[in-house]
Design a protein around this ligand. Sequence first.
Ligand SMILES: [Zn+2]
Length: 147
Amino acid sequence: MECVFCRILQGLEEGFILYRGKGVAVILDKYPVSKGHLLVLSEEHYVGVHDTPPNVLARVWLAASSLARVYRVALKAPGVNVVTNSGGAAGQAIYHFHVHVIPRWGPVKGFWSGRRDLSEGEAVEVLNMLKPYTAIVEEYLERVKLL
Ligand SMILES: [Zn+2]
């Protein structure tokens, strides 16, 4: 198993998992550009937005949107980015479909500027900050009836 995200989901590699269920997983980015930088993944392995089936896309984007709402409304982040990179030319580094949710707590100097290693202390702090809101992710995912 070469894929680092699949390895994290199988417990073969360390990762900080905020939520898992209904075909999606939310983990902390190991190289955050801001405090609280999340990745929303499909539980099944797909390469990117171009090969992921629509029902899975819907779930991943809905979960990402729910977390954007948590940051903007509950945690008062002044901004948030929700973005996916498809292909190396677009900056994709891990070839397992994922959507970045990046809260912005202040002005942005460059989209990916400030990337750094995630410390365990910060990871625990972010998980504790978000844990009270994981029910919102669940609630959004339960509304997927269209597919
Ligand atoms: Zn994978």
